[in-house]
Design a protein around this ligand. Structure first.
Ligand code: C5P
Length: 283
């Protein structure tokens, strides 16, 4: 049977991946980060010394996209007792401790941190605008969403697919549903998703959240020099929104049947809760 599909789209720094991971955790669903696919292809391209900003290289980049084997593995935390009786905790330390983590493998190599570097972020939008690259990613991620195929890491036993003689293994490797996040999930990748969510937030709020994230992730304060200007971050987000909204192939837009959620004045728990309630309602 087809798993229950939740599509989450929205502009940069709207909280998609954090929200999507926590929704997946609450519902016991798989999580698929489609941005990671574009990031892997960008990383592979840069590693080969190919310049993604030169459109003469589009053919070569599309080739890389088709050939890359990309796998995700999300490790979920145990749900906190507070979540079980409907009283989610808002404590920051509890929250970061419980946030699921996704490991990303490119041709069996763990590239989880390589794909989050500044240089990859800088070039990923150009790579994601190449039609044949989008087609290749579509093939890869749609297969994950349309069937009950589990997202596997390279070390998972091949026998997992043949689970006829192990009821428990069958249950564990067949998720009830999946949450996928990106820019075109509700419009292109999973047009028949059971629940589509379009996250929006004021660009100033998103800039402030992005700054918080930079501060939390920085190894030391020298790394942050010159980055702590909220106006500059806001301008950069607005520039990327514009690029994603106006590109020719699969631009960022809200699907007609998507539920729009403005998170400007919501806590992460409140936005996760709103989506979980809606999913439970429709299941
Ligand atoms: O979500 P994340 O920031 O990792 O995505 C990286 C980039 O990949 C985005 O800026 C966007 O250009 C592209 N992307 C896309 N379609 C998706 C997911 C990501 O074009 N479904």
């Amino acid at each position: 049977t087809k798993p229950f599909q939740v599509a989450i789209d929205g502009p940069a720094a709207s909280g998609k991946s954090t929200t999507a991971k926590l929704v997946a955790q609450r519902l016991g669903f798989d999580y698929i980060d489609t941005g990671a696919f574009y990031r892997c292809i960008t990383f592979a391209t840069l590693s080969k010394g190919i310049d993604p900003s030169d459109s003469n290289n589009n053919h070569q980049i599309s080739d890389i996209a088709e050939r890359s084997v990309i796998q995700l593995q999300t490790v979920f935390a145990e749900p906190p007792p507070a979540f079980n009786n409907g009283q989610p905790s808002s404590s920051l330390s509890t929250r970061s401790f419980l946030l699921p983590t996704t490991r990303v493998f490119l041709n069996s190599k763990d590239v989880s941190s390589d794909i989050r570097t500044g240089i990859v972020s800088k070039h990923v939008s150009a790579v994601a605008a190449i039609g044949n690259v989008r087609e290749a990613v579509l093939q890869k991620v749609r297969n994950l969403g349309a069937t009950d195929a589990h997202v596997k890491g390279p070390n998972d036993s091949k026998n997992d697919n043949n689970n006829s003689n192990s009821g428990l293994a069958a249950k564990l490797s067949t998720p009830k549903g999946l949450v996928m996040d990106g820019r075109d999930i509700g419009t292109v990748v999973l047009p028949h998703a059971d629940l589509k969510v379009f996250l929006v937030a004021d660009s100033r709020v998103r800039a402030e959240r992005r700054l918080q994230e930079l501060i939390m992730n920085a190894a030391d304060s020298t790394e942050l020099q010159g980055q702590l200007d909220v106006e500059a971050v806001q301008k950069d987000l607005e520039r990327r929104d514009e690029l994603d909204r106006t590109r020719k192939v699969s631009p960022l837009r809200k699907a007609e049947d998507a539920m729009e959620l403005d998170t400007s004045n919501l806590t992460i728990e409140e936005q996760v809760d709103a989506i979980v309630q809606e999913a439970l309602h429709r299941q």
